[in-house]
Design a protein around this ligand. Structure first.
Ligand SMILES: Cc1cc2nc3c(=O)[nH]c(=O)nc-3n(C[C@H](O)[C@H](O)[C@H](O)COP(=O)(O)O)c2cc1C
Length: 239
């Protein structure tokens, strides 16, 4: 398949300013579950202790946040825990999340609303140096919240992670099928981010409802092979 078809799919399914966002639900038939051939085996219960299972049991999307900064160390852990280098095989860098063919197509932008020692603004995370560099300074939360269809948490949280895909990193190897992998890769990052947040006492919510064109403009994306894919807001959860 021509990978331009995939780009057409991305364009056709983009939320764009001025275009209808939420069409009515379709009356589509859901496939039935498969028929089992004998009585099911009930799986044993277990304690949710302090291990990863305990973290998983506490994962919940949080949308209300305290007006409080997260620390630079917490930011470092979130960046490293989602994209950081965890090993090498020869020249090949391995990272904290799995990625199809180790292509790692996702770029990490960070909107800083409230992080200790950092000026508010838009930054870019360089996973090779484990560093963040400013792209644009200022209180930009309201701008991004508008691009996220008015979702206030984008403004009230401490930091927003915005992942874009440099699609060619994956499609140059897997052609059109690479598009499947790009979104799976993004899902891994979002899931890992939410678990990291629980471990650090923070709250998070993943976001995929945003205006693709506006988020692209916000980030200053110009290349046709870079598309916004996924967003996660992070902060101190308010009960
Ligand atoms: C791909 C994806 C996109 C999502 N987009 C949004 C979003 O735009 N806004 C929002 O408030 N929540 C969003 N969520 C969070 C879901 O609404 C949430 O995961 C779901 O309601 C289940 O709640 P839980 O995460 O607490 O288990 C998204 C979650 C996923 C996985």
């Amino acid at each position: 398949m021509d990978k331009n078809i995939c780009m057409d799919f991305i364009k056709e399914t983009s939320y764009l300013s001025g275009k209808e966002i939420d069409p009515p639900e379709l009356a589509e038939e859901f496939p039935p579950l498969p028929d089992i051939i004998s009585e099911p085996v009930i799986l044993p219960g277990f304690d949710h202790d302090d291990s990863l299972l305990g973290v998983i049991s506490q994962r919940r999307s949080k949308r209300n946040f305290e007006d409080k900064s997260i620390t630079l160390v917490q930011l470092s852990k979130l960046c490293w825990g989602t994209q950081g280098e965890t090993g090498r095989i020869g020249q090949t860098v391995l990272r904290a999340v799995a990625s199809a063919g180790n292509r790692h197509p996702l770029n990490t932008y960070i909107l800083v609303n409230r992080i200790e020692e950092l000026l508010p603004g838009l930054y870019f995370y360089d996973s090779c140096k484990n560093s963040i560099g400013p792209l644009r300074l200022g209180k930009l939360g309201d701008e991004l919240a508008e691009a996220c269809l008015g979702q206030k948490m984008v403004e009230t949280c401490s930091a927003v992670f915005i992942w874009t895909a440099a699609t060619a990193r994956t499609t140059s190897r897997y052609r059109a099928r690479g598009y499947r992998y790009i979104f799976l890769d993004a899902g891994h990052i979002g899931a890992q981010m939410q678990l990291l947040c629980v471990d650090l006492g923070l709250g998070s919510c993943n976001i995929a409802a945003f205006l693709d064109d506006k988020v692209g403009e916000f980030l200053g994306i110009k290349h046709k092979n870079e598309i916004p894919v996924y967003i996660t807001v992070v902060g101190w959860p308010k009960n």
